[in-house]
Design a protein around this ligand. Structure first.
Ligand SMILES: [Zn+2]
Length: 138
């Protein structure tokens, strides 16, 4: 792995551990430097989380907040299970990933803004330390 990719990986894992909680077993991470690489993993958008495989980062997406975003989806699966994660509302899944990874405003897509707003309002109410217990509530 390139030193740049290794640094991104280390920094993103440390940030997530500090902001929420650590990933128990850090997933395999693939940093593509070509579109051919990224497409070969079925990549679309900026990065993808492939449960059971790992995180694949697009060539133009070597930014720590994008790596964090995909790792946050892995953390959701760790905490809620794959099925629990699938059942959780999209404002939670994507709102958390976009909010906690703190992208610069120009890199927050319009479709994600309502999810972030709803997640932030909810997290503010329940407290970040309680988000997993609260989202598991029936
Ligand atoms: Zn996402």
């Amino acid at each position: 792995m390139s030193p740049i990719a290794a640094n991104l990986q280390r920094e993103a894992l440390a940030n997530i551990a500090a902001k929420l909680r650590p990933l128990a077993s850090p997933p395999r991470m693939i940093f593509c430097s070509t579109q051919q690489c990224y497409r070969s993993f079925g990549g679309r958008g900026r990065g993808i989380a492939v449960f059971g495989l790992g995180v694949v980062i697009a060539p133009e997406s070597w930014q720590v907040y994008i790596v964090e975003h995909e790792l946050l989806h892995m953390l959701q699966a760790q905490e809620l299970g794959l099925f629990g994660r699938e059942r959780s509302p999209i404002w939670f899944r994507e709102g958390m990933a976009f909010s906690v990874s703190e992208p610069p405003d120009f890199d927050l897509p319009d479709y994600a803004r309502p999810f972030v707003a709803q997640y932030d309002e909810w997290e503010h109410r329940v407290g970040r330390e309680n988000v997993w217990d609260e989202i598991r509530r029936p």
